[in-house]
Design a protein around this ligand. Structure first.
Ligand code: NAP
Ligand code: ZN
Length: 346
């Protein structure tokens, strides 16, 4: 065990503080990663605030991790010291169930091991990326392509894969009209990725305040959901809608924007239910679906896709002392479009 520096929170209403946490000694297939940057995802905030249920504190969030391999266990074959690597929302899974064998480790039938707020196979609580180092089994590590800077790579490990996976699964591409609801961390990546896949993209944001940015990210349409005529004008328009909103919204209004057999995929994860009126679905054989991050193979595919299409998130780099302030700004939707912690300031 080694002690490493981290930033931890002790309860839903507490501020972040400097902490020391333990990282395990390297097992034969583990790598030690010196974390350089860690993104702040809205899920970190939901978890730290206990929105999704009780969590064990102290908690070190962070599942958008980019860094450098500094040590490798004796049986590691995929990575060597000096490699630029990333770690996302999970650090292990059973590896044997039907879903793991398909490369969908996020849907492991025994439950994947989340990067933080979980328990690893050694029975120890997992702690995330707001720290200087992490130990991860090589199968849950991905390679960051050379032409993606480490700070920009970090948000791809959650915001990138969480939007890439449903866009890919539901065939966003030429001839498809895709709408992205909410243009925050996930939303702005969804716009860039769907555009690069060749789809015609629109943004549904509460206001037109971020319209210029949305168009620059590749959207062709940009609409304010605070204006009721938006829903009349766009009724029956979209083949695919990706809802990234972190709060509960009237999902029936958005379902009415789908074409015949269109699908609305919820990736936003508010604690409150989203009540569905069945008539929003049955009239046009529509689907309401969900999607959670993506598997490891698909995460690597997403990174390579972003490298090929030169897609990177828009980020604001902060010091470790600014985490509380960044959380407040994310909650106020005052983020353009992802905060990334420079972990050298921890
Ligand atoms: P974020 O940066 O805060 O973006 C959320 C966006 O939702 C905001 O920018 C805002 O967009 C819109 N919004 C916020 N409050 C709203 C409200 N009350 N009514 C309507 N719109 C509202 O958050 P994020 O990091 O992208 O995460 C978004 C959600 O996805 C969170 O719930 C997070 O936990 C979840 N998530 C899920 C997965 C998964 O695997 N499924 C993975 C990562 C995150 P506008 O300003 O444009 O209206
Ligand atoms: Zn996340």
């Amino acid at each position: 065990m080694v002690n490493v520096k981290a930033r931890a929170v002790d309860g839903p209403d507490k501020s972040f503080r400097a902490a020391e946490i333990k990282r395990r000694d390297l097992d034969s297939q583990d790598v030690l990663i010196e974390i350089k940057y860690a993104g702040i995802c809205h899920s970190d905030i939901h978890t730290a605030h206990g929105d999704w249920g009780p969590v064990n504190y102290p908690l070190v969030p962070g599942h958008e991790i980019a860094g450098i391999v500094t040590e490798a266990g004796p049986n590691v074959t995929k990575y060597k010291v000096g490699d630029r690597v990333g770690v996302g929302c999970m650090v292990d899974s059973c590896g044997e169930c039907e879903n793991c064998r398909k490369g969908e480790e996020q849907y492991c039938l025994k439950g994947n091991v989340p990067t933080y707020a979980g328990v690893d196979k050694y029975g120890e609580p997992t702690q995330g990326g707001y720290s200087t180092h992490i130990v991860v089994t090589e199968d849950f590590v991905v390679k960051i392509p050379d032409n993606i800077e480490l700070d920009a790579a970090a948000p791809l490990l959650c915001a990138g894969i969480t939007t890439y996976s449903p866009l890919h699964h539901w065939n966003a591409g030429p001839g498809k009209k895709v709408a992205v609801v909410g243009m925050g961390g996930l939303g702005h990546m969804a716009v860039k990725i769907a555009h690069a896949m060749g789809a015609e993209v629109s943004v549904l944001s509460r206001t037109l305040n971020k319209k210029e940015d949305g168009l620059q990210f590749g959207a062709e349409g940009y609409y304010a959901t605070s204006e009721p005529e938006t829903f009349e004008k766009l009724a029956g328009t979209f083949d695919l809608i990706i809802n990234t909103v972190s709060a509960s919204i009237d999902i029936n209004e958005y379902l009415s924007l789908l074409t015949l057999e269109g699908t609305l995929v919820n990736v936003g994860a508010p604690a409150e239910p989203l009540p569905v009126n069945v008539f929003s679905l049955i009239g046009h054989r529509r689907s309401f679906a969900g999607s959670m991050i993506g598997g490891i193979r698909e995460t690597q595919e997403m990174l390579d896709f972003c490298a090929e299409h030169q897609i990177a998130p828009n980020i604001e780099i902060i010091d470790a002392d600014q985490i509380d302030e960044a959380y407040e700004r994310v909650l106020a939707s005052d983020v353009k479009y992802r905060f990334v912690i420079d972990t050298s300031t921890i």
